[in-house]
Ligand binder design. Structure first.
Ligand code: WTA
Length: 661
């Protein structure tokens, strides 16, 4: 845990600005109502959460609320929410709208990378298509509880496939289309998925993403997959393997649009989503149905203050939790109009994102700080070319937002009219847990502000005591919430170890945080060996093990370095096997090896061949030193007296290579 002090000091060096959210008596009333709700949610969580269950549809409404046991000593960590309730997530997301006043309302607007490629689905059309797809899955033998892997570009079929799984009670596991064949294979095998839904190809920045080719490679060693359903998303030809592979359009064309929703217990699994941790392979975060859906809908409505006529665009891919909760389940449960864009945000020019906001009259825009910084780097002219007057609410998620990017987003995109919701949460939390609320809180650039209803946060020192004001520590949550992950797929012990042992009987998030003098929270970034590259979680251990798997590599260490656009990037230090020569060609091979083992997002920005790595006498790699060297902070190497061989540092200082890009 070495990230806390320096990061804290850095943020505090900025003078904290405040952007008041309205004043006057109306604001006073809103504030009072808000405070009363916060108090009620904490004083009587059972009543609060049971009442919130009414925002979704039930086949049998629950009488039980949130129950839990957090006992680290006895190694019992368990949660249930609405345990006697029966529902199917898709009736809340589809049928109640399709059968009611929103039947002709647009559910999805899909924008392809070509401007002319636009598809729209009303709620009725979406329900019908989901039912067709659900019937196909049944015909292929899928049953309640089966796992189905989804490896698709950001096209409507990605949402349709997820909801089709939910319709029949199958557990979806979506794998981001940017992950490699090997990553896909690992996830399929861990989840023991029976069916894979993919596409012939995707498109990004004018290039073809050969998903089916990668899927074929993954399936060479994925014995549980019996069927592959392939969406024809582009005109690119791909080989089809009979009888395993089927074209989606062939299967769905004659299917009925009626598929009765499978009755699910609120605690039945809805999905598994793999995410990187500080050790080993990615973990399958398991979310169940009732509590997750209620909290997704509640947070989406309240954080963005959703209105009936909003056009809502969350730029996340459905391969990430933000896509699950705030592209699919939250907005569709709320009957919103959701925009999907398959393509590069700056393709064919840096105005593309704003062009889409203008064309589709987007009102609520939710993205990641990395995208804001990227778009900001192209200057103010691009947004000024487009009419952004429909925007009324902005949001960001995934990493700390630096105040400069916040101000640009606020001034240039939101024209000082649109509040920015800096929302903190994680794959494991299922939904937003810390965020300002529009019209309630004064906004502060860089602060996620306050815990959401029913959420209680504590910032703890390594000895478990509570940090004082402006003192950095570990962000912990001291009571559960309906959408908390129930376990890691197939590894409950790891679940307990990862989140409930650093600080017994509370949930430790893995992030640094401090509270300012107003009681507002500032997230400082990861404290563990997880790096946040462009808002994506990457475990250093995963990249290190990919490198060490290469025949030429003896040892590897990955450390985070600052990056002006991505927030953080990876720097690799590698020692080679005896007799192997370090060449520029080998460096390229190793970078390519990481790309094929994990995916492009995990490729280090720099790779240094080192004769040895700095280690303590007990053999532990001193990453702090590597990080200082990688960032060029050579005056800031700190204490090197515990090194087994201090001479290693001098050698490394001479060797440090420039970044690849
Ligand atoms: C980081 C994404 C600062 C944090 C929803 C967390 C943030 C990790 C914020 C989870 C924020 C997310 N400010 N940091 N507003 N939101 N993070 O699981 O380090 O992909 O632990 O979920 O992203 O990443 P994940």
């Amino acid at each position: 845990m070495d990230a806390t002090p320096s990061a804290a000091i850095e943020i505090l060096a900025h003078e904290i600005e405040r952007f008041p959210q309205n004043t006057g008596s109306e604001h006073d009333d809103r504030l009072k109502a808000y405070q009363a709700e916060v108090e009620q949610s904490l004083a009587d969580p059972n009543a609060y959460w049971l009442n919130q269950a009414n925002r979704i549809e039930w086949m049998r409404p629950p009488t039980q609320s949130l129950t839990y046991e957090w006992n680290t000593e006895k190694r019992i960590i368990s949660h249930t929410c609405y345990a006697d309730g029966i529902l199917n997530a898709t009736t809340s997301c589809l049928d109640r709208h399709a059968n009611g006043e929103r039947s002709e309302k647009t559910a999805i607007i899909w924008q392809g990378e070509e401007s002319a490629d636009v598809r729209r689905y009303t709620y009725t059309e979406l329900r019908d298509e989901v039912c067709r797809c659900a019937n196909v899955l049944k015909r292929l033998g899928a049953k309640k509880g089966d796992r189905i892997a989804i490896y698709l570009p950001l096209i409507p079929e990605a949402i349709i496939a997820m909801l089709a799984c939910a319709r029949i009670g199958a557990i979806h596991t979506v794998v981001f289309g940017g992950f490699s064949a090997e990553s896909l294979r690992d996830r399929i095998n861990n989840a023991e998925a029976r069916i894979l839904i993919t596409a012939n190809a995707g498109r990004r920045n004018g290039k073809v993403i050969p998903l089916k080719t990668w899927a074929d490679e993954a399936l060479r060693d994925a014995p549980t997959i019996a069927h592959v359903v392939v969406v024809r998303s582009t005109s690119d030809a791909v080989p089809m393997t009979s009888p395993r592979d089927h074209w989606y359009s062939d299967l769905t064309s004659n299917e009925s649009t009626i598929c009765e929703p499978e009755p699910m217990n609120a605690e039945d699994p809805l999905f598994i989503l793999y995410t990187s941790g500080s050790t080993g392979k990615p973990k399958g975060v398991l979310h169940t149905t009732g509590g997750y859906l209620v909290q997704a809908a509640l947070s989406h409505e309240r954080v963005f203050g959703m209105r009936e006529d909003d056009v809502y665009w969350c730029t996340a891919d459905v391969g990430w939790i933000t896509g699950h909760t705030y592209v699919v389940y939250g907005p569709l449960a709320n009957g919103s109009t959701v925009l999907l864009y398959e393509g590069g945000p700056t393709y064919p020019n840096p105005g593309r994102t704003w062009d889409i906001c203008d064309t589709h009259r987007v009102t609520v825009f939710y993205t990641a700080p990395t995208l804001i910084r990227l778009l900001m780097s192209h200057g103010d002219e691009w947004p000024s070319t487009f009419n952004l007057s429909t925007l009324r609410m902005l949001g960001c998620v995934g990493e700390p937002i630096n105040p400069e990017a916040w101000r640009w987003y606020f001034d240039i995109i939101g024209k000082k009219r649109c509040p920015i919701m800096d929302t903190w949460w994680q794959t494991e939390t299922g939904s937003i847990l810390i965020s300002p609320l529009a019209g309630i809180h004064d906004l502060k650039p860089g602060s996620a502000l306050r815990p959401f209803f029913g959420i209680e946060a504590a910032i703890l020192k390594p000895d478990g005591s509570v940090c004082g004001t402006k003192e950095g520590g570990a962000l912990c949550l001291t009571r559960p919430w309906p959408g908390i992950t129930r376990t890691l797929w197939g590894d409950h012990e790891k679940f307990i170890d990862t989140y409930f042992t650093a600080n017994p009987n509370v949930y430790t998030a893995g992030d640094g945080c401090y509270r300012d003098e107003d009681g507002d929270l500032w997230i400082l970034g990861r404290l563990d060996d997880v790096v946040n590259v462009a808002g994506h979680r990457i475990g250093t251990a995963e990249v290190e093990s990919a490198l060490v798997n290469h025949d030429t590599v003896a040892e590897a260490a990955i450390v985070p370095i600052r990056d002006p656009i991505k927030g953080q990037a990876l720097a690799a230090f590698v020692t080679l096997m005896d007799g192997v020569t370090a060449t520029p060609d080998l460096k390229q091979q190793l970078l390519l090896h990481v790309r094929t083992s994990i995916g492009p997002i995990a490729v280090p920005a720099s790779l240094t061949f080192a004769p040895a790595l700095p280690k303590t006498r007990s053999g532990k790699i001193m990453r702090r030193i590597l990080r200082a060297i990688a960032e060029g902070n050579t005056n800031d190497l700190g204490d090197v007296s515990t090194l087994a061989d201090p001479g290693v540092v001098d050698t490394l200082l001479r060797l440090k290579e420039p970044r690849n890009s």
